[in-house]
Write a protein of this length. Structure first.
Length: 243
């Protein structure tokens, strides 16, 4: 039933993050900003953890599907496999629940998100199915092409932002990008309910700021703003807790 979606929380299985973030599997959005390696690791971990059975904190492979758009040509199957092994999941079965689309130009990216993605979602969606929409390194193509038309690019970012906002009303959307894309982040950042900003890396660990203030709220009261810094070691991100 739809209650499976409404009553299920998505987690990273990392206490320091999960104690501060409440992610509803039914709808909502999260952006993770920072160094690509870490943004990708966090997303991979959340996705694999989602595929765990409910008794272990996940949603289950029969009730969830991960739809991935790889905008930075950075999908790491081996990292998925590593997390699967740590959790004792059947690797091939997990990978069948991850649908990956790669794009190589900003126009392909915009078309995929605004036109094709709703069709892909319709294909896999059912009343009790949890779909997680992932976009890795969303702004990579916008900053990697020195000959890009800036006006055109900004218009495409706005189109993408509007589409992601609409999708997040019915599904959970998680997107990553780096700090270096500031010229395009302004229209994009307002899409997300929650944000993790990886501010720096120190001695094989990362410092991140978790912001739970929704940029879409008109009235910004103190009780809906939340800004907290935490520090995580590589080990805490790469190794899952023992059961």
């Amino acid at each position: 039933s739809t209650n499976r979606r409404k009553n299920t929380r998505l987690t990273f299985d990392i206490k320091k993050i999960d104690s501060l973030l409440t992610l509803n599997s039914c709808k909502g959005s999260l952006c993770i900003i920072g160094e690509q390696r870490y943004t990708q690791l966090l997303i991979d971990r959340l996705c694999v953890h989602t595929l765990l059975p409910r008794r272990y904190g996940g949603i289950g492979q029969d009730y969830s599907k991960i739809i991935v758009i790889d905008a930075g040509n950075c999908t790491d199957v081996y990292q998925y496999v590593d997390f699967c092994r740590q959790y004792g999941l059947e690797i091939n079965k997990v990978l069948r629940n991850v649908v990956v689309s790669r794009v190589f130009t900003i126009y392909q990216l915009a078309y995929l998100i605004t036109h094709d993605l709703p069709k892909i979602i319709e294909k896999f969606s059912t009343d009790n199915k949890v779909l997680i929409i992932v976009v890795y390194d969303l702004l990579h193509l916008f900053s990697s092409d020195p000959h890009i038309d800036r006006t055109d690019a900004k218009n495409l970012v706005k189109e993408i932002s509007n589409s992601l906002r609409k999708l997040s009303k019915d599904w959970f959307v998680i997107v990553s990008f780096t700090h270096s894309n500031r010229q395009y982040t302004k229209p994009l950042i307002t899409v997300f309910d929650k944000c993790i900003k990886i501010t720096n890396t120190i001695d094989s660990s990362i410092v991140m700021r978790i912001d739970i203030n929704s940029p879409n709220r008109v009235l910004k009261r103190k009780d809906i703003n939340y800004d907290r810094s935490i520090r995580l070691s590589d080990r805490e991100i790469l190794l899952v807790p023992t059961r």
